[in-house]
Design a protein around this ligand. Structure first.
Ligand code: AMP
Length: 215
């Protein structure tokens, strides 16, 4: 089972992906995480990426495609995978179709997490995550707060905010999402792959809705 998530920034794609990984053993492929790994390596290339990412801009289609191609070559994708953050525009959707047919793979479900801008902004500004295991929390939402303030429940590491989870960068990311990513809804609707999931409730409520459509 191969899945694509489409959602506004900070909608909780990462959290839903972790729940899917746990239940179905899928590989979680986040292009944002792949890019942040490059940034963390401290290379010149990573520094260039960081400049664009911290402003909330998309990085080049070719760069992301190469990272994704390498990731899809790994053994753990044979049980199925979740694409979190890819494709982000119609060009990437076309590139993905070509690459998947070369690799003899296909997408089974496209899940659109539907929510309004205010709620997405609220989630972005409250989002904190563990630098070690990547688990995501939210300091403003009761059900997503860590047990101990500022510490990961599992690793006990100090939780951190992403540099692009500020109001200015969120607004740029949201505009980019409206202009570039929302047109993908029609693209996948025409291919009969699109499922619209109401994402205004708790992560568990969203996950229950996801399970209903992918079974
Ligand atoms: P995310 O973790 O999905 O919110 O992505 C963080 C940032 O990484 C985005 O704001 C973009 O700068 C970059 N990024 C992630 N995925 C892509 C993609 N598919 N295409 C271009 N840029 C991306």
């Amino acid at each position: 089972m191969n899945i694509i998530f489409i959602a506004p920034p900070a909608a909780g794609k990462g959290t839903q992906s972790s729940l899917l990984v746990e239940k179905y053993g899928l590989a979680h492929i986040s292009t944002g995480d792949l890019l942040r790994e490059e940034v963390a390596s401290g290379s010149e290339f990573g520094k260039m990426l960081n400049e664009q990412m911290s402003k909330g801009m998309l990085v080049s289609d070719e760069v992301v495609l190469n990272l994704l191609r390498n990731r899809l070559m790994k053994d753990d994708v044979t049980n199925g995978f979740i694409l979190d953050g890819y494709p982000r525009n119609l060009t990437q959707a076309d590139m993905l179709d070509n690459m998947l047919s070369e690799l003899n793979m296909k997408i089974d479900h496209v899940l659109y997490l539907d929510m309004d801008k205010e709620l997405a902004m609220h989630r972005a500004l409250g989002r904190i995550s563990c630098p070690k295991c990547g688990k995501s929390y939210n300091k403003y939402e009761e059900v997503m707060k860590p047990k101990v303030d500022g510490k990961c429940d599992d690793c006990h590491e100090d939780l951190i905010s992403r540099s692009d989870d500020n109001e200015e960068s969120f607004n740029t990311r949201f505009d980019t999402y409206l202009d570039n990513t929302q047109p993908l809804l029609n693209y996948y609707k025409e291919k009969n792959l699109l499922n619209v999931i109401d994402n205004s409730g708790t992560p568990e409520e969203t996950f229950d809705k996801i399970k209903e459509v992918i079974i």
